[in-house]
Ligand binder design. Structure first.
Ligand code: AMP
Ligand code: AMP
Length: 355
């Protein structure tokens, strides 16, 4: 049994006695570290030279390690391994570490790394989602098959950067030169409202929670409606999908049951394809909802997403489950704390990180 005294803030003991929750200084680090602090953990941000000062400016960040760039993170692993550290991963781990390094990193890690392969491969991800009964946009193998507007998605693109909207097969032929030597997929363009649904699945209780929802604010696609279509005609504006922020969303309540069902089925299938632990902790299903109120699923993210950041103080949904502010970051720390207090830490860590 782990004594509750191990979950103290530095003022009450020396830092080697208690667990530290650590993450890269970017993406949703503020939310993760605030949540960890509120649950009584010591907190550590690994920041780069540009962001170091920002993370030091917050009182709930107990410690900051500065590195020149995130590529140097792997050099820190031996030092971090020698301490009682638990890493909470977010989008920057996927963006700045290679899949191999991500898997190799042997620091205790919140989440199941076996899910990474199914998430990183667009094909495996598609199989996972369809097996869970989710509807995914059509995919075209060749330009000749294109019979409707498509979005061209570059492999490894971050935050929608470099995506192209293409009207039809002809349009694609004319612009294919722009894509020379790059890997991409051709996906049916779904016309509807994007909604990103944030979930938390607890391996300790077996319960799924909807934590919050967001819509992304993307430049320039979200501003095109501000210029009348007639005025756009000779301007040759191409839509782009670069995310700059997120705003809160609540779903029409009659659609909530389907959102919950999608989350449950994605978790269930993950336990069939990624080993018994499956997907746990925070995840997000990225959808577009059409005028028939049908969810098309663009993607799944198997960890906390930055769209949870508007809810550091909790969301309307987390308020229904908790009588205190409960961000996704805090919910993660609460799960780790509950696991520690019930002497079951391995249940919330990747198996390669069992301490
Ligand atoms: P960053 O550390 O801001 O470069 O982000 C790391 C990864 O997370 C990139 O792939 C970003 O596109 C993605 N990301 C960062 N912030 C957001 C956001 N507010 N909404 C959605 N995705 C984001
Ligand atoms: P993703 O990289 O899949 O998160 O997509 C980035 C953005 O591109 C989304 O937030 C949407 O605005 C847009 N997008 C992606 N896939 C589609 C699609 N199939 N139909 C319409 N818009 C899409």
């Amino acid at each position: 049994m782990i004594a509750p005294e191990l979950l103290r803030t530095p003022a009450q003991g020396k830092s080697s006695d208690f667990y530290t929750i650590a993450t890269l200084g970017s993406h949703s680090a503020l939310q993760i570290l605030k949540g960890a602090h509120d649950e009584g953990f010591h907190t550590l941000a690994i920041a780069n030279r540009e962001t170091e000062r920002l993370y030091r400016s917050f009182a709930f960040v107990d410690e900051v390690i500065g590195i020149d760039n995130y590529g140097e993170f792997m050099d820190l692993v031996p030092e971090l391994e020698s301490r009682k550290i638990i890493i909470v991963p977010h989008g920057s781990f996927v963006a700045y570490l290679s899949l191999d390094d991500h898997k190799k990193m042997s620091i205790p890690y919140f989440g199941n790394k076996a899910v990474l392969d199914h998430e990183a491969s667009r094909e495996l991800q598609r199989q996972w989602l369809t097996r869970a009964g989710l509807t995914v946009p059509r995919q075209f193998r060749t330009a000749a098959e294109i019979d409707r507007p498509v979005i061209v998605k570059l492999y490894g693109a971050q935050g929608g950067k470099g995506y192209l909207f293409v009207r039809n097969a002809n349009d694609f032929e004319q612009r294919a030169g722009q894509l020379a030597r790059q890997n991409y997929i051709l996906q049916e363009y779904i016309i509807g409202v994007p909604a990103y649904i944030h979930y938390f699945y607890s391996p300790l209780t077996g319960k799924l929670e909807i934590m919050s929802m967001d819509r992304r604010y993307e430049t320039n696609v979200d501003s095109l409606g501000r210029i009348p279509a007639t005025a756009q005609q000779n301007m040759e504006i191409e839509p782009s999908y670069v995310v700059v922020g997120n705003s809160p969303l609540v779903l029409r309540e009659s659609m909530l049951a389907e959102a919950y069902r999608m989350g449950e089925d994605v978790v269930r299938v993950s336990q069939e394809i990624c080993g018994p632990k499956g997907l746990f902790g925070a995840f997000c299903i990225e959808t577009i909802i059409t005028s028939e109120a049908k969810f098309f699923v663009m993607e799944i993210s198997a960890r906390i997403v930055a769209g949870t950041n508007p809810f550091i103080d909790g969301s309307p949904y987390s308020y229904l489950n908790y009588s205190e502010p409960m961000s996704t970051g805090r919910r993660i720390a609460r799960e780790i704390k509950n696991a520690l207090l019930s002497n079951n830490l391995h249940a919330v860590l990747d198996d390669s990180g069992i301490v």
